[in-house]
Design a protein around this ligand. Structure first.
Ligand SMILES: O=C(O)c1ccccc1NCC(=O)[C@H](O)[C@H](O)COP(=O)(O)O
Length: 275
């Protein structure tokens, strides 16, 4: 059972058990981050779909592990037009590492998200990054810190927290803590099923001053347009970029015929839809 009161898929329960047992860093990190909202705005102004490309060596829903130097993969993604990178640091189920994130962040000039299952403040100190993922579903639960405390602790260190939600209740919690960057995950971590309708159902409840990211299951140009039409400021894409040539894949998705993100508020009378 998790904070949302749901049974989790066994793989996700194992991921969480491992995360709870993981120690943090020795020293408090202090980050001077590259602004993610500014990078999103710059990409859109440049005519690129703002894509956060994910360096995801493997996952519980992937067969085998991607080979190749992670720094070269990351550089290929940036050459393909990625606005930011997401780098898995979870070692046991996603093949990630903090050392790899450090190498990638030193090699690229775009904001880098630390993708992990952070549940306690000390774990923020494992490595510096421009953004850090906080998954609402896994916080405010037994043996974890609260979303509010972790959000404050991340900001106190200079991170830009990306608060991930999957349900309306989680979205309300994210808005209650004042999250400025929110990701709606189309992957249900209770069942590991992906449904792009999740983003479409929740996006209109997200205020326009929040940078909103659509996560998971985005594979085609049509998927890109669908998420942008529903109001996504940026798209987080892993599998579809990691399968094959990462630069070509990133290019295909960042140059998909774009639509400006829809005005997410159905009742608004403002014309502009760019952020
Ligand atoms: O991707 C998985 O298999 C997975 C399994 C269990 C928990 C989390 C998982 N993924 C985390 C993610 O959020 C995705 O890596 C990310 O959104 C990219 O998704 P995709 O483009 O579908 O690879």
């Amino acid at each position: 059972m998790n904070a949302s009161g749901e049974e989790l898929a066994p793989e996700v329960r194992s991921i969480l058990d491992a995360a709870r047992g993981r120690s943090g860093g020795e020293n408090r990190v202090a980050v001077d981050p590259q602004s993610f909202p500014d990078a999103v705005d710059a990409a859109a102004a440049d005519g690129r779909v703002p894509v956060v490309a994910e360096v995801k060596p493997t996952s519980p829903t992937t067969d085998g592990e991607r080979d190749g130097d992670p720094v070269e993969l990351a550089e290929g993604m940036v050459a393909g037009g990625a606005t930011a990178l997401s780098v898995l640091t979870e070692p046991d189920f996603f093949g990630g590492s903090t050392a790899r994130l450090e190498r990638i962040r030193a090699a690229v000039d775009v904001p880098v998200l630390r993708k992990d299952f952070v549940v306690r403040e000390a774990q923020l100190d494992a490595v510096a990054a421009d953004l850090v993922l906080l998954i609402a579903r896994f916080l405010d639960a037994e043996d974890t810190d609260s979303l509010a405390d972790l959000h404050d602790a991340a900001i106190g260190r200079g991170f830009q927290p990306l608060v991930e939600v999957h349900t309306r209740a989680e979205l309300e919690r994210a808005l209650d803590v004042g999250a400025g960057i929110i990701g709606i995950n189309n992957r249900d971590l209770a069942k590991l099923e992906v449904d792009l309708g999740t983003f479409e159902r929740l996006a209109s409840d997200v205020p326009d001053d929040v940078t909103l990211v659509a996560e998971s299951g985005i594979a085609t140009e049509a998927n890109v347009r669908r998420m942008r039409e529903a109001g996504a400021d940026a798209l987080l894409i892993g599998t579809a970029i990691m399968n094959g040539d990462v630069q070509t894949n990133t290019e295909r998705l960042t140059t998909a015929t774009d639509v400006r993100p829809a005005d997410r508020r159905a009742d608004t009378t403002t014309e502009s839809t760019t952020r």
